[in-house]
Design a protein around this ligand. Structure first.
Ligand SMILES: Nc1ncnc2c1ncn2[C@@H]1O[C@H](COP(=O)(O)OP(=O)(O)OP(=O)(O)O)[C@@H](O)[C@H]1O
Ligand SMILES: [Mg+2]
Length: 396
C-alpha cells in the first residue's frame, strides 16, 4: 500500500483527509514541521500533503528542507492550505511542490490529485529504473568490449614478439646457410688464383667452374630473397602449397640440423592440395616447431653419445585436412608438462633461453586458420607435433 504523510495542525482537516484516504493508502499524520521531517526521513512516504501555516517550522520551510535532502527530494508534495493568494501558490510551486490546493477543499479533488501525482511518480520511477538498467547493461557490454580489445592487443603483441623471435632465429640460420655456398665460392676462386700464379688457369677450367659459382650465387640469392619476402610478407590469406613452405623453412635451418648431426627424413605426398592461410604465419609456425625439435634432439645428443638424432617430416591429407607431422626421436615432452605445453610462457628451457611463447603462438595461428596443432607424445622416445589446415572440401 502506498504511504501518504499528512502534515497539518488543524484536527478537522486531518480527520477529513484521514477518513477519505485510509481506505486506499497507509496514512501517517504529523502536526508540526519538525515531527513531519522526522517521519518523512524515517518512513519515506510516497506523497506528502502539506499545510503552510503551522507553529514553528512552516510548510514552505519544511518543503525546501525535504527538496534539499537526497532521500526525500523526489517525494511529491501537495500543499493544502488556507493561503489562497497567487503569490503564495507561486512560492509553493517554486519550492518544488507538484500541486497547490486551497482550503476549504473537496476531499474528492484532493483524492484525485493524489492519484494523479502518485501515478506520475510511479511512471517516473519506472522510467528511471529502466534507464538505470539500460545504463548498467551498456556498461557491462562496454567492459566486455574493452576486455576483448585488450586481449586482441595482447594476442597481436604476442604474435609480433613471436615473429621477432622467429626472425632472430632466421638471421642465425641464414648465417649458417649462406656460409656454405660462400665457402664454395671462396675455395673455387682461391683455386683459380693458385692456378693463375702457376700459369695453369685454363679457359676450360674456368668455364667448368662457372656453373658451380653461379649455382652457389643462385643459392645465396634465393636465401636472401626468401628472407626478404618473409620480412615483408603479405598479411593476406591466399592459397599455397604447404610443401613449398616447408621447403622454405627447411632451407633456413637445414645447416643447423646438419651441424648437430641430425638426419632429416622427408616424406611429402605430392598430391596434397593447397591450403588457404597467411603463408608467412604458417612458415613461422613450422620454424617454431623445427626449432623446438632441434633443441630437444641436441639436448638428448649432449647426454647420450650413442644417440642418432632423427627428424621425420611427413605431409599428408587425412580426412580432408592437410597435415604436416614433425616427429623427433628426442626426449619427448615430460608427461607432467603435456597439459600446459600450449600455454603462454610455459617453458622448460633455462631462464633467459626460452620465452615459452613459441607453441602458444603456433596454437593461436593454427586456430585462426580453422586448423590446429596437436602433440603426440612419447615420453623418453620423442615428440610428434602435427599441424593441420582445412583441405579444399572443408573450406567454406
Ligand atoms: N619437440 C619437443 N620435444 C620435447 N619438448 C618440447 C618439444 N617442443 C616443445 N617442447 C616443450 O614445450 C615447451 C614450450 O615450447 P615453446 O616453443 O612454447 O617455448 P620454448 O621453446 O620453451 O621457448 P621459445 O620458443 O621462446 O624458445 C618447451 O620448453 C619444451 O619443454
Ligand atoms: Mg620454442
Amino acid at each position: 500500500m502506498e504511504k501518504i504523510l499528512i502534515v497539518d495542525d488543524y484536527p478537522a482537516t486531518i480527520r477529513a483527509l484521514v477518513v477519505k484516504l485510509q481506505k486506499h493508502y497507509h496514512v501517517d499524520v504529523a502536526t508540526s514541521g519538525a515531527e513531519a521531517l522526522e517521519l518523512a526521513l524515517a518512513s519515506l512516504p510516497d506523497l506528502i500533503l502539506l499545510d503552510v501555516m503551522m507553529p514553528g517550522m512552516d510548510g514552505y520551510e519544511l518543503c525546501s528542507i525535504l527538496k534539499e535532502s537526497k532521500s526525500t527530494c523526489n517525494i511529491p508534495i501537495i500543499f493544502v492550505t488556507a493561503r489562497a493568494a497567487e503569490e503564495d501558490e507561486e512560492r509553493g510551486l517554486a519550492l518544488g511542490a507538484v500541486d497547490y490546493l486551497t482550503k476549504p477543499f473537496s476531499t474528492a479533488i484532493v483524492s484525485a490529485r493524489i492519484r494523479t501525482h502518485l501515478d506520475l511518480k510511479r511512471h517516473h520511477d519506472n522510467l528511471e529504473k529502466m534507464v538505470d538498467e539500460r545504463t548498467e547493461e551498456l556498461n557491462k557490454a562496454l567492459t566486455l568490449l574493452k576486455a576483448k580489445k585488450e586481449s586482441e592487443y595482447r594476442q597481436a603483441a604476442q604474435i609480433h614478439s613471436g615473429r621477432l623471435a622467429a626472425l632472430g632465429e632466421m638471421a642465425t640460420s641464414m648465417a649458417h646457410e649462406i656460409n656454405q655456398p660462400l665457402n664454395v665460392l671462396s675455395i673455387t676462386l682461391q683455386g683459380w688464383q693458385l692456378l693463375e700464379r702457376r700459369d695453369a688457369l685454363t679457359k676450360e677450367k674456368m668455364l667448368g667452374d662457372v656453373q658451380i659459382l653461379l649455382d652457389n650465387v643462385g643459392r645465396i640469392t634465393k636465401l636472401i630473397d626468401h628472407v626478404r619476402t618473409l620480412g615483408h610478407a603479405s598479411q593476406d590469406v591466399c592459397s599455397f602449397s604447404l610443401a613449398k613452405v616447408l621447403q622454405n623453412a627447411l632451407s633456413l635451418c637445414r645447416m643447423q640440423f646438419l651441424n648437430h648431426g641430425i638426419e632429416i627424413n622427408l616424406e611429402i605426398d605430392e598430391n596434397v592440395p593447397e591450403v588457404d592461410a597467411i603463408e608467412s604465419e604458417v612458415e613461422q609456425v613450422i620454424l617454431n616447431i623445427l626449432s623446438n625439435a632441434r633443441y630437444a634432439l641436441a639436448e638428448k645428443n649432449q647426454k647420450d653419445q650413442h644417440f642418432s638424432p632423427v627428424l621425420s617430416l611427413s605431409l599428408t591429407e587425412q580426412d580432408n585436412m592437410i597435415c604436416l607431422a614433425v616427429k623427433d626421436n628426442g626426449g619427448g615432452v615430460e608427461p607432467m608438462a603435456e597439459e600446459n605445453i600450449f600455454d603462454p610462457f610455459f617453458t622448460t628451457k633455462p631462464a633467459g633461453q626460452g620465452t615459452g611463447l613459441g607453441l602458444n603462438i603456433c596454437k593461436q595461428l593454427m586456430l585462426k586458420f580453422d586448423g590446429d596443432i596437436t602433440l603426440e607424445n612419447n615420453p623418453g622416445q620423442g615428440a610428434c607435433f602435427k599441424i593441420c589446415l582445412p583441405g579444399p572440401d572443408k573450406k567454406e
